[in-house]
Write a protein that binds this ligand. Structure first.
Ligand code: GDP
Ligand code: IMO
Ligand code: MG
Length: 431
C-alpha cells in the first residue's frame, strides 16, 4: 500500500488532525488537497498544542515531505504566519514543503466580499469562517482567479488584479460601502510574499506521481468533512471545495487508480459549526455536556460548536460517497459519563421513515431523528491504548458502527494526545 486518503465523515472537526499525525509517522509524504485557511486542525503532543490552518500536519514529523496541492486555496500571509510559528517552536519549514503553482490565492478583496455576502444574506447567513475561501473559489470557477504561478508574472498579475478589483469595487460601491481596492497597491503588497513563496513552488502533481512511482508512502490529509462538500454536502450550507475522497484526486492530480485506501474519521458523536440542518443536534443539557467534555469550540473562529448525537443515516451516506475501507472513531472518552447514548438510526419525515440521507437540504431540515439508545459504559476510557481496556459497551458501540456501514473500525482515539489511541486492526490502517 502506498497511498491513503484520510477523510472526515461528518461536518468537519472530527479530530482528523490527531489521526493524520498518527498516520504521518508511517508516511513519506503528507498532502493537503482541499479547503484553505478555513480549516482548523489541532494536534496535541505532550503538553504542547499545535493548530494548523494551511500547513499539512505532517510538518510535525521532521523528514516528511509536505505538499499543499492544487485543490487548496492559499492565503499567503496566513501560510507564512504558520511557517514562522513552526520556526519559533523549533520546526524549520524549508525544502520539506512543496506548494502547487496551480493553487489559487486569496486576495484582500475576497475577505471583504465574503463579509458583504454574509451580511446581505441576513438571517440566512451561512456563518462561514470569513477566511475568503468561498470568494476565492468563485473567482477560480469564474476563470478570473489568481494562481500562485501568476505571482511571478507581474504583467499578467496586474492585468488580472485590475479586472478583479474593478469588479469587486463595483460591488462594494453598489452596496454603499466605502472600501476600495487598488491593483497596483496589491501588487506591491504581494512582492515580498511572492519572493518568500518562490522556493516552495513546484509542479506538485508531477512530484506526487514520481513519489508514488518510487513506492513512497503518500498520506492525503482531508480538511472539512463529507457533509460540507460542495457537491455532496448539505448545500448551500457547505464549504466551497471537495473534502470527499474524490477531492483527493482532483485536488492533487493523483488519479483514482492510484488510491489504495480511504480511511474515514468519525467523531463518536456529532458536531457542526455554522448554519445548516443538523437533525441530531441536542439543544439541551446533554448537548452542553458534549460541548464541555469535548471542548467543542472552533479551532479557526473560536465559535461554540453545535453538538448532538451520532447519525447513522448520515454515516452510511458518507461511507458510500467516500468508499471508505476502514473507520477511525475519535473522542470516545467524551461519552464516558453517559448512561445511555442515543444514536440516530432513521429519519422521520412527516410520518414517513427515511433510511437514506436525503439529497435535498429542505427535506433534511424537516427530518426528525429516530433514536435507538445504546448502553453507555460509565467508565473512563481517557487515554486508553490497549483494546482490552475498552469496556464491552464501548466495543458494542463500535460494533454498531461497523454493522451499519459494513466497514471495520480500525482505530479508536481516546484523548487529544497523539499517543491516546487504540489500534483494533493494524493491517487496515497501515501505509
Ligand atoms: P479536525 O478539524 O478534524 O482536525 O479537528 P479539530 O482539531 O478541529 O477538533 C478536534 C478537537 O478534538 C481538537 O481539539 C483535538 O485536540 C481534540 N481531540 C481529538 N481526538 C480526541 C479524542 O479522542 N478525545 C478528546 N477528548 N479530544 C480529542
Ligand atoms: P476542519 O478542516 C468545521 C464550515 C463553516 C461554515 C461552512 C462554510 O477543521 O474540519 P467556509 O469558510 O468554508 O466558506 O464556511 O463550512 N467549515 C468548517 N466546519 N470544520 C472545518 O474545517 C470547516 N471549514 C469550514 O463553519 O459553516
Ligand atoms: Mg477543525
Amino acid at each position: 500500500m502506498t497511498t491513503l486518503v484520510l477523510v472526515g465523515l461528518q461536518w468537519g472537526d472530527e479530530g482528523k488532525a490527531t489521526i493524520v499525525d498518527v498516520f504521518a509517522a508511517q508516511a513519506d509524504v503528507v498532502v493537503r488537497y482541499s479547503g484553505g485557511a478555513n480549516a482548523g486542525h489541532t494536534v496535541v503532543i505532550g503538553t504542547e498544542k499545535f493548530v494548523f490552518h494551511l500547513l499539512p500536519v505532517g510538518v510535525l514529523h521532521p523528514g516528511k515531505i509536505c505538499v499543499i496541492a492544487n485543490g487548496v486555496v492559499i492565503d499567503l500571509e496566513q501560510l507564512f504566519k504558520e511557517i514562522d510559528e513552526m520556526g519559533s517552536r523549533g520546526l524549520k519549514i524549508g525544502d520539506n514543503l512543496l506548494v502547487s503553482s496551480r493553487c489559487h490565492v486569496t486576495m484582500p478583496y475576497h475577505k471583504s466580499i465574503e463579509k458583504l455576502a454574509e451580511s446581505l444574506r441576513g438571517k440566512q447567513a451561512l456563518e462561514t469562517t470569513l477566511r475568503g475561501v468561498g470568494p476565492t473559489i468563485v473567482d477560480k470557477f469564474a476563470r478570473s482567479g489568481v494562481m500562485v504561478a501568476d505571482l511571478f508574472h507581474e504583467r499578467i498579475l496586474l492585468d488580472k488584479l485590475r479586472r478583479n478589483t474593478s469588479e469587486k469595487n463595483l460591488i462594494l460601491e453598489r452596496a454603499g460601502l466605502s472600501e476600495r481596492f487598488d491593483a497596483d497597491v496589491i501588487v506591491q503588497q504581494l512582492r515580498p510574499l511572492t519572493e518568500r513563496i518562490r522556493p516552495f513552488v513546484a509542479n506538485t502533481s508531477m512530484a506526487l506521481a514520481d513519489y508514488i512511482d518510487r513506492g513512497k508512502k503518500v498520506l492525503f490529509e482531508g480538511a472539512q468533512g463529507t457533509l460540507l462538500d460542495i457537491e455532496h454536502g448539505t448545500y448551500p450550507f457547505v464549504t466551497s471545495s471537495h473534502p470527499v475522497s474524490g477531492g483527493a484526486c482532483t485536488g492533487s492530480g493523483v488519479p483514482p487508480t492510484k488510491i489504495d485506501r480511504v480511511v474515514g474519521v468519525l467523531k463518536a458523536y456529532c458536531t457542526r459549526v455554522g448554519a445548516g440542518p443538523f437533525p441530531t443536534e441536542d439543544l439541551g443539557d446533554a448537548g452542553k455536556l458534549l460541548r464541555e467534555r469535548g471542548k467543542e469550540f472552533g479551532a479557526t473562529t473560536g465559535r461554540p460548536r453545535r453538538c448532538g448525537w451520532l447519525d447513522l443515516v448520515a454515516l452510511r451516506y458518507a461511507a458510500r460517497i467516500n468508499g471508505i475501507t476502514s473507520i477511525v472513531v475519535t473522542k470516545m472518552d467524551v461519552l464516558d459519563v453517559l448512561e445511555e447514548i442515543p444514536v440516530c438510526i432513521a429519519y422521520d419525515y412527516g410520518g414517513e421513515r427515511l433510511m437514506e440521507f436525503p439529497p435535498e437540504v429542505d427535506v433534511l431540515a424537516d427530518c426528525r431523528p429516530v433514536y435507538e439508545r445504546l448502553a453507555g459504559w460509565r467508565q473512563s476510557t481517557r487515554g486508553v491504548t490497549d483494546r482490552e481496556q475498552l469496556p464491552s459497551n464501548a466495543m458494542s458501540y463500535l460494533g454498531r458502527i461497523e454493522k451499519e456501514t459494513g466497514v471495520a473500525v480500525a482505530l479508536v482515539s481516546t484523548g487529544p494526545r497523539r499517543d491516546e489511541t487504540v489500534v483494533l486492526q493494524r493491517d487496515l490502517i497501515s501505509l
